[in-house]
Design a protein around this ligand. Structure first.
Ligand code: SF4
Ligand code: SF4
Length: 441
């Protein structure tokens, strides 16, 4: 079975919501839609207080190269354009909408009819992804169309679809495969057309054998698409690890997958591409897993962007002994410092961690056991990087490869001294990245 050779860990997968079919979450009374929900510059508000909006209407315009359009997920009236705190507590520009209904813009196909024939040209597909504000839904929220804006000398040998879903608890990729496999496959074919890729490879971890079997059956007569069962090992779905596992190729340090002839997209992104390309539907809703060991009922929701998280808490009930609420999975996700924020494009999971899970024990001195080094899939020395970060020695952080850190958390997961490695590594990566960018100017 294919996998990546170096490092990685085996956390309990805790796919507790695996058998919960998608439920459509009710529309809220009021919604808050952030203009910055993606990697890059925030979008510029395209509406003002008092404007009437429909679902799918552009409310945030991408004006920078690295940016993504934002569309209204509701019909109603703009209450205000204001600075609002996100899950980190930082205030960001947002459009607040008083929800009055669910009236969609003309030209958007909201039917459930499967549209199989892809009539748009390669360039039209790329343009449509841009217009519809499609971003990578695997967590990074990189504007998808940018990956397909290639230089003449760049050639795509492999389009890799990441359906590994290696983060514990999260089950949206799995549910999409079980419930909407045909739509996902058409989305993948649209990406194939946009990339001219010779090979399309879909990677799924071995803990989802039914999804592998289903996808193999559905793609058996489609030339150029291969389905790979990958070893269940975290972070199997990380871009560089997925590329190495399936193609054997390595992305050089500081380079992008395209430099190894590859483009990687998440399965959920491929589904959003289906809706954009075939239905002209902007990214106004996401799929998210709401889970936790002590949650009475776990869910996979189809939910509109901008919905208050408070509405979710009221629906599912916050378990009594919740220590932390995490946006994303337990390995790479971020603990919410402001749990009263709103659904954003990249929120693939909301996880209630109990006291015992969220308190790792008191951090002790490093005992130089080397476990973090063994676990690192990028061949880094996390204990050293953490010490450099704490001492603000960012030149040493750069020298020892901090910019190659995936922020996967394998080092922290394995550390017997409970050292908060990931927090320090994230600080070091942000600071070092800023220094490198300033130097290039
Ligand atoms: S978070 Fe960074 S340093 Fe730690 S294991 Fe992952 S890649 Fe290595
Ligand atoms: S795993 Fe923890 S204790 Fe061991 S070397 Fe790394 S930081 Fe130090």
């Amino acid at each position: 079975m294919k996998t990546f050779p170096m490092g990685g860990v085996h956390p309990n997968d805790n796919k507790l919501a695996k058998n919960e079919a998608f439920e459509v979450f009710p529309l809220p009374k009021q919604a808050t839609i952030f203009m910055g929900q993606h990697l890059g510059a925030p979008a510029t508000p395209a509406v003002q207080k008092g404007d009437k909006v429909k679902v799918g209407q552009l409310i945030g315009k991408a004006e920078a190269f690295m940016c993504a359009n934002i569309h209204s997920p509701f019909s109603g009236t703009v209450n205000k354009v204001d600075m609002v705190a996100d899950i980190t507590g930082y205030k960001k520009t947002a459009v607040v909408i008083d929800v009055e209904g669910d009236e969609w813009m003309e030209g958007i196909d909201t039917s459930s009819e499967l549209k199989t024939e892809i009539t748009l040209s390669k360039q039209e597909i790329i343009n449509r992804m841009k217009e519809c504000g499609i971003v990578g839904l695997g967590g990074a929220c990189f504007p998808t169309h940018i990956k397909y804006m290639l230089k003449p000398e760049q050639k795509v040998d492999y389009l890799l679809i990441n359906a590994a879903e290696c983060e514990p608890y999260i089950t949206t990729d799995y549910r999409l495969l079980m419930e909407k496999a045909d739509e996902c496959i058409i989305g993948i074919q649209a990406l194939q057309k946009a990339s001219d890729a010779a090979h399309v490879c879909i990677g799924i971890e071995s803990n989802k054998p039914d999804a592998v079997a289903l996808l193999k059956e559905k793609t058996k007569n489609i030339p150029g698409i291969e389905v790979y069962m990958l070893k269940t090992k975290y972070p199997q779905g990380a871009e560089k690890q997925l590329i190495k596992s399936i193609t054997g190729r390595e992305v050089p340090s500081g380079k992008l997958p395209i430099d190894a002839g590859c483009i990687v997209n998440n399965l959920t992104t491929a589904h959003a591409v289906y809706e954009a390309v075939q239905k002209n539907k902007p990214l106004v809703e996401i799929y998210t897993t709401v889970s936790g060991k002590n949650l009475e009922h776990r869910h996979n929701f189809q939910i509109r962007i901008g919905t208050p998280l408070q509405d979710i808490y009221e629906t599912v009930g916050i378990p009594e002994n919740t220590g932390k609420i995490i946006s994303g999975g337990p390995m790479m996700g971020k603990a919410m410092t402001n749990p009263n924020a709103f659904i954003v494009k990249g929120m693939s999971s909301i996880l209630f961690m109990d006291e015992s899970e969220s308190k790792r024990g008191k951090a002790l001195n490093c005992i130089r056991c080397g476990k973090c080094v063994q676990a690192c899939p990028m061949g880094l020395e996390p204990y050293k990087l953490q010490a450099f970060s704490e001492a603000a020695r960012y030149d040493d952080c750069e020298k020892y490869g901090i910019m190659n850190c995936l922020e996967c958390g394998c080092c922290q997961f394995t550390c017997p001294a409970y050292r908060p490695l990931l927090d320090w590594l994230r600080i070091a990566k942000t600071k070092t990245g800023a220094i490198i960018r300033a130097r290039k100017k």
